[in-house]
Design a binder for this molecule. Structure first.
Ligand SMILES: *[C@@H]1O[C@H](CO)[C@@H](O)[C@H](O)[C@H]1NC(C)=O
Ligand SMILES: *[C@@H]1O[C@H](CO)[C@@H](O)[C@H](O)[C@H]1NC(C)=O
Length: 220
């Protein structure tokens, strides 16, 4: 039986510091010097489970019907912060990924775009001078992840979010279902191979079992 649910609790490696580090540690994160790092807990044929430590982001909210409408204005607000709209007048290096918190079903509601603060600003980030921009600390979390190699737009994001949700439901994995994150690792202009992700935050011990081929799935 390929059920690792109990086991993964013991395998969790918790590190004290925020994990923002050298992008050379991730093969899909090569356009910035620093990237958000994680511990891979397990991988099935449908998803990965990752552990992220608590890290700080700079964020902005917009209400909209889909992320296309607010990608550009959100980006410019956050770009303003990293190019000097902060109380230290400081320039801050771009990092990856850029994440977008997306309301249930991928449409209608508050969308939050966030830039990850680089390691040197994690402890004591300069305060935004734009009232619509704020510093946010995300708690440590386990995340169910699927990846795709095209643009992070509603059509692709929704397709992969729905597929991941179905896979999680099939193995009775608990997750926060009011929203998900879309994570993008490339600049819009980039000609490199794209890497985009869907994240659902795990609730309780993450489930790493595969629903395929082992005859365990009695209710289907
Ligand atoms: C990141 O890692 C690469 C390869 O190990 C190294 O050449 C580079 O100097 C590192 N960059 C930083 C900012 O530490
Ligand atoms: C920011 O990025 C520039 C250009 O890539 C680099 O030279 C510089 O060392 C970076 N600053 C920090 C604090 O890492």
């Amino acid at each position: 039986m390929i059920c690792l649910t109990g086991l993964v609790g013991f395998l969790l490696v918790l590190t004290a510091e925020a994990r923002v580090g050298n992008s050379s540690e991730l093969d899909f994160c090569g356009e910035t010097e620093q990237c958000l790092l994680f511990d891979l807990i397990c991988k099935t044929n449908k998803y990965e489970v990752r552990h992220y430590d608590s890290v700080k982001w700079v964020s902005t909210d917009y209400s909209a019907i889909s992320m296309e409408f607010i990608m550009i204005p959100s980006f410019w607000r956050l770009y303003g912060y990293i190019t000097g709209d902060n109380n230290a007048g400081q320039k801050i290096n771009m990092t990856a990924p850029v994440v977008m918190k997306i309301p249930k079903k991928g449409i209608f509601g508050t969308f939050t775009m966030s830039f990850l603060l680089p390691a040197e600003h994690q402890m004591n980030p300069p305060q935004p001078t734009n009232d619509n921009v704020y510093i946010q600390e995300m708690p440590a979390m386990n995340v169910y992840v699927t990846s795709y190699e095209t643009f992070m737009i509603t059509l692709n994001d929704k397709k992969h979010a729905d597929t991941l949700a179905k896979a999680l439901e099939k193995v009775s994995a608990q997750y926060e279902d009011g929203f998900h994150y879309a994570a993008g690792y490339n600049s819009p202009m980039s000609k490199k191979k794209r890497h985009s992700e869907v994240w659902y935050i795990a609730e309780g011990d993450p489930v790493c079992s595969s629903s395929n081929g082992n005859g365990q799935n009695s209710q289907s």
